[in-house]
Structures are given as structure tokens and as C-alpha cells.
Ligand binder design. Structure first.
Ligand code: AP5
Ligand code: ZN
Length: 217
């Protein structure tokens, strides 16, 4: 399985991707999680990225392409395939991904777009809680942790992402529509694009995703 999962902030990429990872034994590469790991380590790249992320912009194509390239080459979990979450986000990134795969005589099998109206995303984003170390996410109302503000697996504290506020979300949505919607168009021209209604409850979104993977078209 080699696939990408697209969709605006809060569409459910990070909620569904771990389920795909588990079912197909592939690696889950989320450029947002990788960048947040750099921010947490306070590396020079992390410091630079944090400013851009908090403003809802995109870090440079070069940085994220190199991160993905490195993982695809070095991460043993990626041997069976991969699910890319939050990448590619510009047409230039999509073209670089095509080049990377071509050099390995590989192709993408699915480009899934999680579709949802912007109006539904504010409550999802402002209610999200995350476990920074694992990237696991919860929601105060829609998917609360068993114990208040604690990760179900480790018991460690949950936090809010610094870009999870209404102002930053507005900018992230503008960025999505301006720079990432063309990527959806890029894959629509191929035979591998499939839309999924992401406004459904998470279990139903998962069922719709499975239908995409089973479909031979
Ligand atoms: P990134 O981390 O990728 O953020 P994003 O794309 O804005 O997406 P989110 O993580 O906010 O949403 P999600 O779809 O994963 O939603 P989730 O499943 O958690 O990127 C962050 C930043 O990094 C970017 O802004 C950019 O600056 C930079 N960056 C990253 N990649 C880059 C790239 N390739 N190039 C350049 N820059 C890059 O769900 C959200 C909430 O809703 C959760 O609380 C969840 O529990 C809840 N929820 C999920 N599904 C449902 C449902 N069906 N019903 C009800 N609630 C639900
Ligand atoms: Zn995410």
C-alpha cells in the first residue's frame, strides 16, 4: 500500500492514518508531526518552522521533501509501503514525490481526499488535544481521553497545539485553499484520486476509506 491522505486542517488525517498503518503494516509519515518534533527539540530548523506553522503558512518545499525522502529511504517500517499525511501540500512537492517514486520504479496506489466544509473545522481544531510524543490526538467532546487531559496509553499530559486556535486556523484554511487545493486537482487528473465524506463520525469515515481501498477502479 502506497497512498496519500489529503484534506484541510481537522479533516481527520491524523485520526484515520494510524488505523491504515495498523491494517496494512505500512509507515505513517506526517510532515506536521516531524516538524513538531523538530520544534520540541528546539533545533534551528524547528525554531524557523515554528514561526511559520504558528502563522498558518507552509515551510519550504525543500525541507519537507528532504524529510520524506530520508524516511522513505531509511525507515524500515516503510518497506511494505506508506501513508503520507500532510504531504504533498504544493504541486512542487507532488512532482518531487513522483520523481522519488519513479526512481524506485514505484507508483502511488491511492490519493484520498477527506472532504469537509470549512465551517465544521473550527470546533474540531479548537477542541483537539494531543499527546506530543506519539502524535495521538483526542477531542474534548468528540473523542475524549479516558482520564481528563491524560494520554490513554502512557498517562502523560495532553496539550493543545500552538496553531490550534481560531485565528491560526483561518490562515491555515486560506493556505490550504490557495496552495493545497491545486494538489487535489493534480491527483484528480490521475486514476487514483478518491473523495471521502469526512463530515461523518470517525467510524463511518473509516468504513468509507476501506471501500476506497477495496475498489478496483
Ligand atoms: P499538520 O500537522 O499536517 O496540520 P494540518 O494539515 O493543519 O492538519 P491537522 O493535523 O490540523 O488535522 P488532521 O486532518 O490531522 O485532523 P485530526 O485527525 O487530528 O501541519 C501543521 C503545519 O506544519 C502546517 O500548517 C505547515 O505550517 C507545516 N507543514 C506540515 N506539512 C507540510 C508540508 N508538506 N509542507 C509545508 N509545510 C508543512 O482531527 C482533528 C480533531 O478532530 C481531533 O481532535 C479529532 O479527534 C477530531 N476528529 C477527527 N475526525 C473526526 C470526525 N470524523 N468527527 C468528529 N471529530 C473528529
Ligand atoms: Zn494531523
Amino acid at each position: 500500500m502506497r497512498m496519500i491522505l489529503m484534506g484541510p486542517p481537522g479533516a481527520g488525517k491524523g485520526t484515520q492514518a494510524p488505523k491504515i498503518k495498523e491494517k496494512y503494516c505500512v509507515c505513517h509519515l506526517a510532515t506536521g508531526d516531524m516538524l513538531r518534533a523538530q520544534v520540541a527539540k528546539k533545533t534551528p530548523l524547528g525554531r524557523e518552522a515554528k514561526k511559520i506553522m504558528d502563522q498558518g503558512g507552509l515551510v519550504s518545499d525543500e525541507i519537507v521533501v528532504n524529510m520524506i525522502k530520508h524516511e522513505l529511504e531509511e525507515n524500515s517500517e516503510c518497506k511494505n509501503g506508506f501513508i503520507l499525511d500532510g504531504f504533498p501540500r504544493t504541486v512542487a512537492q507532488a512532482e518531487r514525490l513522483d520523481e522519488m517514486l519513479k526512481s524506485k520504479q514505484q507508483t502511488l496506489m491511492h490519493a484520498i481526499e477527506l472532504q469537509i466544509d470549512d465551517g465544521l473545522l473550527v470546533s474540531r481544531i479548537t477542541g483537539r488535544l494531543v499527546h506530543p510524543a506519539s502524535g495521538r490526538s483526542y477531542h474534548k467532546i468528540f473523542n475524549p481521553p479516558k482520564e481528563t487531559m491524560k494520554d490513554d496509553v502512557t498517562g502523560e499530559p495532553l496539550v493543545q497545539r500552538s496553531d490550534d486556535n481560531a485565528d491560526a486556523l483561518k490562515k491555515r484554511l486560506v493556505t490550504y485553499h490557495e496552495q493545497t487545493s491545486p494538489v487535489v486537482g493534480y491527483y484528480q487528473k490521475t486514476g487514483i484520486w478518491k473523495p471521502v465524506d469526512a463530515s461523518q463520525e470517525p467510524g463511518q469515515v473509516w468504513k468509507s476509506l476501506l471501500t476506497c481501498f477495496d475498489s478496483k477502479t
